[in-house]
Design a protein around this ligand. Structure first.
Ligand code: GLN
Length: 491
């Protein structure tokens, strides 16, 4: 029987893994505890699918391995997956009607790697349709609400993941980040999340949005837990994802406790301009002050094309999406219109019925910017500027070891607060898009609270392959502050 002083749901991944190994709690007990919490917090809208039988049978197998001494590093730890990862034991929808009821014949590599490490799947988490969005309001199924203030959005597109972790319905979750979808919901919900260098995690079985940007990563409460999960979900997958990096698996937790004395933290002036709300600025500056107390040095830098990252991303991402989403034609899998006159009519009706407004908008933008006559003017120009954005970072990293700034210009906004204005959503991505376009690792770390006691995240961006340095800085901050261990009222 579990007898620790904290309730099970307040234990982090590392603590839970240790309790499971020590036999203080069984995997079945842990799984049932979290399933119970998911049930009692259904109104938060975090989950799209739960199958108690699947979860409990995975937990039983974990208990058997724990007893047999063949346990993996995360044996018995419950975790939920963003519903953009395909799973063979649970439905996979990508938050879209197009894939309602779809069952994949295989598990995504990230899902399989975490299962190999011993993780028990709690279910599939709500997200914006095909990961397009910043508020989770584009989910075709249900809205999700921010546990810190139920009238506000949790962020997106990995909104369900952030809600589940913040409300302690799961100790950790997977997320994906194409233009900020791990970092921004982590920031809005007061948790920790990291998007590794593009190519670190395999994209096999991640339902594709924009392939040159999509990247998986963990969302948990602490940097330590993120490091542990990241070490287990990354790694080459040469036969299945040709863009996965041929780098050996790393222990990202190895330097968590290193001193940050002398660390040079670049502060991009473009991240602290007019658009930044005062409360976010205050919290972020507070966290930077903590780093200074630990001996880090703040170095002014410039990322001059920050503003251009919005038009560039909203050309490139829809272009890739328009191509990726062509597979949803009613023939191969997913939704098919019931009544149609001929093949073309079937395509049209299927796609009209299956996709939501934002997805359709992006397919139209994408096909437009790729079309003959506009390709040079839009798509090619965007690719050129994307390269310049990446170069700006390399210039900046000549004078600093990592970059810090806000994740988003404001705290979480009200549900429905951006009305029918997609541009308001797009503009709020300004600080996360640059690192995405450059393929750099980035993370969000709880840094304080702003307007209406809403969480504020600090963004850390590193050069390629420097995830362990980001996690080190984040961990040191979390030893000096307690923002990451605070929880919303009533949770
Ligand atoms: N908000 C961005 C978008 O809507 C990013 C989404 C993501 O990272 N998946 O495209």
């Amino acid at each position: 029987m579990h007898s620790a002083s904290k309730p099970l749901h307040d234990l982090g991944v590392a603590e839970l893994a240790a309790s499971l190994r020590a036999g203080q709690v069984s995997a079945v007990e842990a799984a049932q505890h979290f399933l119970g919490r998911a049930r009692s917090h259904e109104s938060l809208g975090a989950f799209l699918a739960i199958d108690e039988e699947v979860t409990v049978s995975q937990a039983r197998a974990a208990d058997a391995r724990l007893a047999a001494g063949t346990a993996g590093p995360l044996e018995g730890v419950p975790l939920a997956h963003k519903d953009i990862f395909v799973t063979k034991d649970l439905p996979s929808t990508a938050g879209s009607r197009m894939l309602e009821g779809y069952r994949s014949p295989f598990d995504a590599t990230v899902v399989r790697k975490l299962a190999d490490a011993g993780v028990v799947t709690l279910g599939k988490l709500n997200c914006d349709e095909f990961a397009m969005g910043s508020s989770n309001e584009n989910s075709a199924y249900q809205p999700a609400c921010n546990p810190w203030d139920l009238s506000r959005v949790p962020g997106g597109s990995s909104g369900g993941s952030a809600v589940a972790v913040a409300a302690r319905l799961a100790p950790a979750a997977t997320g994906t980040d194409t233009g900020g979808s791990i970092r921004q919901p982590a920031s809005f919900c007061g948790i920790t999340g990291i998007k590794p260098t593009y190519g670190r995690a395999s994209r096999y079985g991640m339902i594709a949005f924009a392939s040159s940007l999509d990247q998986a990563g963990p969302m948990a409460r602490s940097a330590e837990d993120c490091a542990l999960l990241l070490s287990n979900l990354c790694g080459p997958d040469p036969d299945r994802d040709s863009t996965s990096l041929d780098l050996p698996t790393e222990d990202f937790a190895r330097s968590l406790n290193d001193s940050i004395d002398g660390l040079r933290i670049g502060i991009p002036k473009e991240f602290f301009g007019e658009g930044l709300s005062a409360d976010v600025r205050t919290a972020v500056e507070g966290a930077l002050g903590e780093f200074e107390k630990m001996g880090a040095r703040l170095v002014p830098i410039s990322l001059p094309r920050t503003e251009l990252s919005i038009p560039v991303y909203y050309i490139i991402a829809p272009a890739e999406a328009s191509s990726n989403l062509s597979r949803f034609d009613g023939v191969k899998f997913g939704h098919r219109a019931k009544a149609f006159a001929d093949l073309v009519d079937m395509y049209k009706k299927t796609r009209a019925e299956g996709f939501g407004d934002e997805v359709k908008r992006r397919i139209m933008i994408g096909t437009y910017v790729l079309s003959h006559g506009y390709y040079d003017a839009y798509y090619l120009q965007a690719q050129r500027i994307r390269r310049m954005i990446a170069d700006d970072f390399q210039q900046a990293f000549k004078s600093c070891d990592l970059i810090a700034g806000p994740v988003a210009p404001t705290v979480a906004w009200k549900l429905g607060g951006h009305g029918n204005d997609p541009l308001a959503d797009y503009l709020a991505d300004i600080f996360t898009l640059p690192a995405s376009l450059a393929g750099l690792p980035g993370m969000s770390v709880p840094a304080g609270f702003g307007d209406g006691a809403m969480p504020v995240g600090l963004q850390l961006i590193g050069n390629y392959f420097t995830e362990s340095r980001l996690l080190n800085a984040a961990h040191r901050l979390q030893q000096a502050t307690d923002f990451h261990s605070r929880k919303p009222e009533g949770v």
